[in-house]
Ligand binder design. Structure first.
Ligand code: GAP
Length: 460
């Protein structure tokens, strides 16, 4: 794992059609990426597994798909307009815009992300003499100023005079908070219950240097779990355990590549906050945050909207504003983690090499590849097509008759396809195909009539 560098992953993603720079033919758009044919399959698998693990598994968790645009007051109530900012400095020499907390971290100084502009300026000035611009190597920086990350739009503003701009949402969970009452009213859910949502979020990130790790447009998977005020720590612990186990058992992450990061300084309303971090090629970094948020979010929305968001608990005969435990992760970060975890460059017994993505079948973009041994033998191609058409209704499959079989195996290894099936003359004579396992590279003869059962036992 430690030998994997980010460049190898970036290059594989481009070469094999996982991820492209957005608008590449126009020179690209910084920190925005497009997911190509295999990337969209992998991302969809990540989202489906998350959804199944929460919405399908728990009877008291329901889904939501709220709009990206929300009333401007949502962002006042949430505190994003006042506080959702990063500390920005500019290099006077090359004009790179950089995060002051990241520059301080490079010289071993920890800056708290919640620090005021004055405090972070003071800290930056104390260490200015040590800090070097990563882009040009000079040491000439402006003062630090707080830069708000919300992205404004001109939605519905036809004259350019609107005083309250509409923002692209900076996190998806606000859509959950403002729909909490609708969902309670239209379902029979009682505490504790959860609302899960997957969707796009947008942030004007200052630095975006780690491929899809930090982007300006990204997808979040957020669970908000509504609980009684006395249940904060119990549910917080329960969700920590569930989410940790999810990464190990459902996504196949090696536990030695995961660690907890406990927040030292909590937001004033929070009861507890931890992150699950993964050992990326650039070090341990957050993939998911689990936070006990108290009743801050619903209280704020009640205050700003004037609508009562409390809950009558028939068991205790009490009325209160529910507390929330949140589990929030990013599709792009989980995607990058899965690639880093699965990526392997191997020397083969014959001295050759191969790159293989050892993805769990559940996340692999393509589950099965089907090859006719020779593309110029119509009877082999026709038989391979029949098998492919049968399998593709059940699994995402790919048909490939291009190049020699060795090259076709290499292509599938690089995109992480767990099984490749070759249709040869034994298929025509004896109804047997060769199934090759991606990881062991072992080949097995399987009767065509037993193929679906064989693959089901391996893949499902
Ligand atoms: N509602 C809580 C919230 O949004 P966050 O820590 O800012 O908390 C949650 O974001 C998750 O969203 C992170 O753990 C990360 O996986 C993902 N995420 C946040 N900012 C991101 C960015 N700029 N690019 C990609 N993923 C991001």
């Amino acid at each position: 794992m430690s030998e994997i560098n980010l460049d190898s992953l970036v290059s594989l993603c481009k070469r094999r059609g996982f991820i492209y720079q957005s608008s590449e033919i126009y020179g690209g758009l910084a920190a925005i990426y497009d997911y190509g044919p295999y990337g969209v399959e992998l991302a969809n698998n990540i989202k489906q597994l998350w959804w199944k693990d929460l919405v399908y598994q728990y009877d008291n968790i329901v889904g939501l798909d709220s709009a990206i645009f929300m009333h401007p007051k949502v962002w006042q109530a949430s505190g994003h307009i006042a506080n959702f900012s990063d500390p920005l400095v500019e290099c006077r020499h090359c004009h790179s815009r950089l995060r002051a907390d990241e520059l301080l971290a490079q010289v071993g100084v920890k800056a708290d992300e919640t620090m005021s502009e004055a405090s972070i300026n003071q800290l930056f000035d104390d260490y200015r003499h040590l800090i070097v611009c990563p882009d040009c190597g000079q040491q000439d920086f402006t003062a630090v100023r707080r830069f708000n990350l919300l992205i404004q739009s001109n939605l519905g503003d036809f004259t350019g005079s609107r005083s309250e701009p509409v923002y692209l949402r900076g996190e998806t969970c606000q859509g959950i908070y403002v729909n909490y009452k609708n969902i309670m009213d239209s379902t029979r859910l009682q505490l504790p219950f959860g609302i899960a949502q997957i969707g796009k979020a947008f942030r004007n990130e200052i630095t975006a240097r780690q491929f899809i790790f930090r982007t300006r447009e990204f997808e979040q998977m957020e669970l908000q779990y509504f609980i009684r005020p006395t249940e904060d720590l119990e549910e917080f612990n329960r969700w920590q355990e569930r989410r940790w186990n999810y990464y190990i058992h459902n996504l196949g992450i090696n536990p030695s590549n995961l660690q907890w990061h406990e927040h030292e300084k909590l937001a004033f309303y929070a009861k507890a906050a931890v992150d699950i971090e993964y050992k990326f090629p650039f070090g341990f970094q957050e993939i998911e945050g689990i936070h006990a948020r108290g009743n801050y979010d619903l209280s704020q929305h009640q205050k700003f909207s004037g609508v009562k968001l409390d809950y009558y608990d028939p068991v205790a005969d009490e009325t209160f504003i529910p507390h929330i435990v949140e589990a929030s992760s990013g599709v792009g970060r989980v995607f990058l983690m899965l690639l880093a975890e699965a990526y392997c460059e191997e020397v083969l017994p014959d001295g050759g090499t191969r790159t293989v993505l050892r993805l769990k079948p559940a996340v692999a973009p393509i589950k099965i590849a089907v090859f006719p041994l020779l593309r110029n033998r119509p009877e082999l191609v026709a038989k391979a097509k029949t098998i492919f058409d049968q399998l593709k209704m059940q699994w995402r499959c790919e048909f490939d008759d291009n190049g020699n079989i060795g090259k076709r195996y290499r292509r599938q290894d690089e995109i992480g396809t767990p099984y490749s099936i070759t249709v040869d003359f034994d298929t025509l004579d004896k109804n047997l195909v060769t199934v090759r396992d991606r990881d062991s590279m072992k080949q097995e003869s399987v009767n065509v009539n037993e193929l679906v059962a064989y693959l089901s036992s391996k893949l499902n």
